[in-house]
Design a binder for this molecule. Structure first.
Ligand SMILES: [Zn+2]
Length: 322
């Protein structure tokens, strides 16, 4: 597939953009604006991907409003919309009906990925995060429908404001064990690290450190579950080949325990220990109010049991308690 990358900062106007794109597409005798260019694109046969790279957000509120009202499309200039946004929207629409055309609109604004000046006041404490999870699970158990906000507006808000998840969850990759569902959490609320058997190896540890340190989450929850295939495989002595990376870690955690529930709890405890053994996490527990907790999700009922397993800093002694 041919790929054309359009960087917003290289073009001052729609005319310049169209000239450059026409040249790259080999439309030799082309003249005109975006509408003409899209008309020519309708005839292409070879697949073409156009990557539209934004470099900055002009006025996010005006832009968001404009996007919501863009149905008329060609009236973009009347609505104080950035011409590049209009070009992106028109091309994305063309992508819907021109089969060989693939349009990707991409924001190059890496600063947006971390919260904008997170203030101490808006950070959610470990205790508050725990009760929010517990309430979320109660809602989940009685929910008849789900009205979480997954709107375009919410996606955009999180992009512009950055993410500030109130909890980090290390969970199994099992398709029935979905933290966002069981805690009724919306976009941007949970930083979820999923791996078969909810083990903590180097990648999981690195992800947890990133979330707790850079995103300032105060609760780190290791979520095991009942009927875990990875634990059952470890107990059965299975796990040859690549799978051994998971079953080996579980075997070290559970020893020769034969009860699957107890094994799940032991496995959660081992993950908590692996997290707490990391110097950066221990520092955050000591200085920043981070707490590490454990829980078990009951696959048959949807209930989350919060365990007494926990690592926090004792305010009086300054020691980590477990
Ligand atoms: Zn599992």
């Amino acid at each position: 597939m041919r790929e054309i990358v359009i960087r917003e900062e290289l073009f001052a106007s729609e005319t310049e953009l169209c000239e450059s794109m026409a040249l790259e597409l080999g439309f030799d005798d082309f003249s005109g604006g975006l509408a003409e260019l899209i008309a020519r694109l309708s005839d292409i046969v070879e697949p073409v991907r156009i990557v539209m790279k934004h470099t900055s957000l002009s006025d996010p509120s005006a832009e968001a409003e404009g996007m919501a009202n863009i149905e008329g499309m060609s009236r973009g200039d009347e609505m104080d919309l950035d011409w590049f946004d209009v070009a992106c929207a028109l091309l994305e629409r063309a992508d819907d009906y021109i089969e060989p055309l693939d349009v990707i609109v991409y924001y190059d604004d890496l600063d947006a990925d971390e919260p904008n000046e997170p203030s101490v006041n808006v950070r959610v404490s470990a205790r508050a995060a725990l009760s929010r999870l517990a309430q979320g699970n109660r809602d989940y158990l009685s929910a008849r429908k789900d009205d979480r906000n997954i709107s375009a507006g919410r996606i955009r808000e999180l992009f512009e404001g950055g993410q500030q998840p109130y909890a980090v969850v290390v969970a199994c990759a099992d398709s029935r064990v979905v933290p966002e569902h069981m805690f009724m959490a919306g976009l941007g609320e949970l930083f979820v690290i999923r791996v078969a058997g909810n083990i903590v190896g180097p990648s999981e540890l690195a992800s947890a450190v990133y979330a707790c340190d850079h995103l300032h989450s105060k609760l780190l929850l290791v979520l095991g579950h009942t009927h875990c295939g990875a634990i059952e495989a470890a107990m059965a002595g299975e796990g040859q080949g690549a799978v051994a990376a998971v079953t080996g870690a579980i075997t070290r955690a559970i020893g020769d325990e034969r009860d699957p529930y107890v094994a799940s709890v032991l496995n959660v405890r081992a993950a908590i220990d692996a997290l707490a053994a990391n110097a950066e996490i221990a520092h955050l527990v000591r200085e920043e109010g981070l707490e590490i907790h454990g829980a078990i999700y009951h696959t048959h009922s949807g209930v989350v049991d919060f365990l007494s397993e926990c690592v926090r800093c004792d305010k009086e002694t300054g020691r980590l308690s477990q």
